[in-house]
Ligand binder design. Sequence first.
Ligand code: ASP
Ligand code: MG
Length: 627
Amino acid sequence: MSLVVQKYGGTSVGSVERIQAVAQRASATAQKGNSLVVVVSAMGKTTDGLVKLAREISTNPCRREMDMLLSTGEQVSIALLSMALKELGQPAISLTGAQVGIVTEAQHSHARILHIQTERIVRHLNEGKVVVVAGFQGISSTEELEITTLGRGGSDTSAVALAASLGADRCEIYTDVPGILTTDPRLVPDAQLMEEITSDEMLELASLGAKVLHPRAVEIARNYGMPLVVLSSWTDEPGTLVVSPMSQPRSLRDLEIARSVTTVEFDPDQAKVALLRVPDCPGVAARLFGEIALQELDVDLIIQSIHEGNTNDIAFTVNSAILKRAEAVAEAIAPALRSQTGTDSQEAEVMVDRNVAKISIAGAGMIGRPGIAAKMFTALASAGINIGMISTSEVKVSCVIDAQDCDSAIAILCQTFEISSSPIQIPVSSAEVLVLKDKESSRKTSTSLNVGIPTAKELPSVRGVALDLNQVRLAIRNVPDHPGMAAQLFGLLAKENISVDMIIQSQRCRVIDGNPTRDIAFTVSQADAQAAQMTLQQAASILGYGTILLDQEIAKVSIVGAGMVGQPGVATRMFAALAAEQINIQMIATSEIKISCVVNKEQGVSALKAIHSAFGLAGSQKIEVRA
Ligand code: ASP
Ligand code: MG
């Protein structure tokens, strides 16, 4: 007998018939002897309807009243589902967030969960009842019972937080797709279902088309080692298992806010190779990294900054041991790249930095918290450390610094983010880390599911491909190259609550009035574009940087897979797929398990298709998506 939490989304409870079907499934689960908690969303598009009503009354309704309003949607579905269960002869009881005691921050409309009182749920479970809990809602205080909501799509988060707090054996998320797919099936019809994905990969795929899981839910699952299953409420197919390494035991207090950064990682022994002024046209990155892959050289970070005139800079890091060979490839290819477009007047140049270190902070908690990267940059600046390269992904920020600064960087970052566990030296494949961590935890695994953690070799190099069409790119020209600049820039944006996605600092150094400067480019969501541009423009003269350029016509395509660590040639395959479609790459940023490219918006979907098929992810299974 297991303790199971099931969550049903809006479409799954969109009508009386659907609610009855959910009741059937839930009672069948309970009949098998499981203790069952069911979390539901509001029926169909109810929440959207409520938002619309409010807007008809006020253009800017107060957030407290919005929470009061929106939380009613879930109250309807829990009551109806309980009735449906009782009709089937299954004892059940519905509970609101307040009745359970789901305590959140006092932040209307986007509260994070602090802790969940489980006594009442446990009591009803022991009485043999299915407990039906309203998702998406909580209370900010057990005295005043102020109703809060978790933010749109938040009932996934309610479900996983409940599962973690109850110590459930697993959490099942029922939705309108059969599970997690290799990409968005509405854009790429031959997308396939994944049997399994790690929570780290899932977090990196946060923007993956079908948006089946709320990233905060994945974050909780990962932090508490909770097995998640994503599956269709229309079929009996097994769905996708999201596996998490069992982390150290964690307190159930401050559940969602305890830690934004969980590890500091470093590699003290890297070298940087930069190619300056390579032609800005399709195929250049493919050619360079194709050559490098031919030599079986494993590249770590890759960064391509925005173009200037008709040329680009591409930089990458490798382990020092293979620097000589990587440098030789770059030197050999530079003249060929020049003649490729006939831009002979431009001198492509290879620049090598032998002694650099990579230092990273990682943690799922940094999603949607714009201050984290800024805090890292500030900490480094306070130790007088200059940042040479920055590369970011959803759950990681990496900086390349002078090798001699590595120790002090580790110290200041551990102190800043209160990391007591020892920093992790990389390169260790994240797959190995995963396997190691899980070995420690296998004693504790009590799930009835077969949560097989794949070995490093079994992990596919690329698991899924994602397209984000909702970002814009901002570039700041001529940022003075000294410690503290990145900290100030991203600190300004963080103050405005603007989340920055991909950040890239150019390699090319331009001397202005005797001072070295570099360009910094980054992406933010469309909604934040104007605010970000204005904020930066206002500070331009004080901080002494040049113009701010805004490009709205961009798309970000990413590949994610834990198996790409230590596997040469993955990046090349992505770049080559783009080159074959004549798609120009405008920016590149990488993490250990992810590579993202910015391309022209119009080419976004064809880029996605090309990459999806280049990694052999396409299949013939027909995926149905319910409206
Ligand atoms: N009903 C809420 C929404 O539509 C929560 C959810 O569905 O997860 O955002
Ligand atoms: Mg939802």
